[in-house]
Design a protein. Structure first.
Length: 372
């Protein structure tokens, strides 16, 4: 039978992600709007985002956190173009965004002595191949494959190289071993449901040392420059920005951070995300026509959860369209480069109750397109 109860919020996009429960645009402060980001008020608000990010995520005190242009893409490319080339690079990729960084590595930077370790969608490459003398580049969570790094045990504590980690769909939902990570990037529109356009760049002391001791052989555009006269631009990590940020987007991010703290911080965010995944795990266990794309539970993502179905690609498209038409689930189709299937966001801003209400619609939609 066709279900009658629908999710209160059917937004399951993997980016931009659903707003936090109870979100209201009208609740955001407006005193900063129309003011300069270089004003005392502007710098204070940006600095507050940096401080609250460190507090919620438990980032070590001696790590720098900065707000940079162009979302996670800008943050990660800034790091690549500013710091790679000092050592050989080991790149690990198992989905489209990791492949994008490899494209930059091989076709744009054209670095010699780089090694690429690939796995198909749904699997991890052999992380044990990482050479501690090399720089290491990887995504913590494969947003388009539903496969995450299970832990950081494969990263040497006494490594000579730096670790470059794209963590945009992992932070605020997974425990990151900061001592293992030297360069970490993410964007506001992912796990906390913030607004787009801005990236966050996290640097360990070792990464700062690389920036101050190494000069790339290629020219750097202004939005990539993190040093001046051989010294780190400390102001970028204190509330100044390289270009003009959206102060409204910053207030939106502060709102999300305040909500995260109010529910219990990072442990509560992780619990909510894992509970959302558990709802799908129970469903998959009793419905043989749907399977996780990740072939092992140990590295199954608890944010961007990806599925394959016993349907043709055209039938999958019809199912996704049907869920949208019925207002039961929006934006739940697999990423364009991934195998045909579904992808549901399960980060902490998603309510478990909305998943429970959506799943009968998923079962109904499957039967509708299968028998059509």
């Amino acid at each position: 039978m066709k279900p009658t109860v629908k999710p209160n919020v059917p937004n399951f996009s993997s980016g931009p992600c659903a707003k936090r429960p109870g979100y209201s645009l009208a609740a955001l402060p407006t005193d900063i709007l129309g003011r300069s980001h270089r004003s005392g008020l502007g710098k204070n608000r940006l600095a507050k985002s940096i401080a609250e990010t460190k507090a919620v995520l438990g980032i070590p005190a001696d790590y720098r956190v900065g707000i940079v242009p162009a979302s996670d893409t800008g943050a990660f490319e800034m790091a690549m173009w500013s710091m790679l080339g000092a050592r050989p690079v080991d790149a690990f990729t198992w989905e489209s965004f990791g492949d994008g960084w490899v494209t930059d590595l091989e076709k744009q930077l054209k670095l010699p002595n780089s090694r690429v370790f690939r796995a198909e969608y749904g699997r991890l490459p052999d992380l044990a191949q990482a050479n501690p003398a090399h720089d290491i580049m990887f995504t913590w969570n494969g947003t388009t494959s539903g496969v995450k790094t299970p832990n950081g045990n494969w990263i040497a504590d006494d490594r000579e190289g730096l670790t470059f980690c794209d963590a945009t769909s992992a932070v605020f939902a997974m425990d990151l071993p900061w001592a293992k990570l030297d360069v970490v990037t993410f964007s506001w529109q992912k796990v906390l449901g913030g607004e787009a356009a801005h990236g966050v760049l996290v640097l360990s002391p070792r990464a700062v040392q690389r920036l101050e001791s190494y000069k790339p052989a290629w020219p750097l555009p202004k939005i990539f420059r993190l040093t001046k006269g051989g010294k780190l631009l400390e102001e970028v990590f204190e509330g100044s920005t390289i270009n003009t940020p959206s102060m409204l987007a910053n207030e939106d991010y502060l709102d999300a951070l305040a909500w995260a703290k109010s529910i219990g911080g990072l442990p509560a965010l992780i619990r909510r995300s894992e509970d959302n995944l558990a709802a799908f795990e129970a469903f998959v266990a009793t419905h043989p026509w749907i399977r996780f794309l990740a072939d092992k539970k140990e590295y199954r993502s608890n944010t961007s959860v990806c599925f394959t179905l016993d349907l043709t690609p055209d039938q999958v498209k019809k199912l996704v369209k049907l869920l949208e038409t019925e207002k039961a689930a929006y934006d739940c189709g697999a990423y364009k480069d991934a195998p045909p299937g579904l992808r549901f966001w399960c980060g902490a801003t998603i309510e478990r109750s909305d998943i429970d209400k959506m799943l009968p619609w998923l079962e109904w939609a499957y039967e509708e397109v299968r028998k059509a």
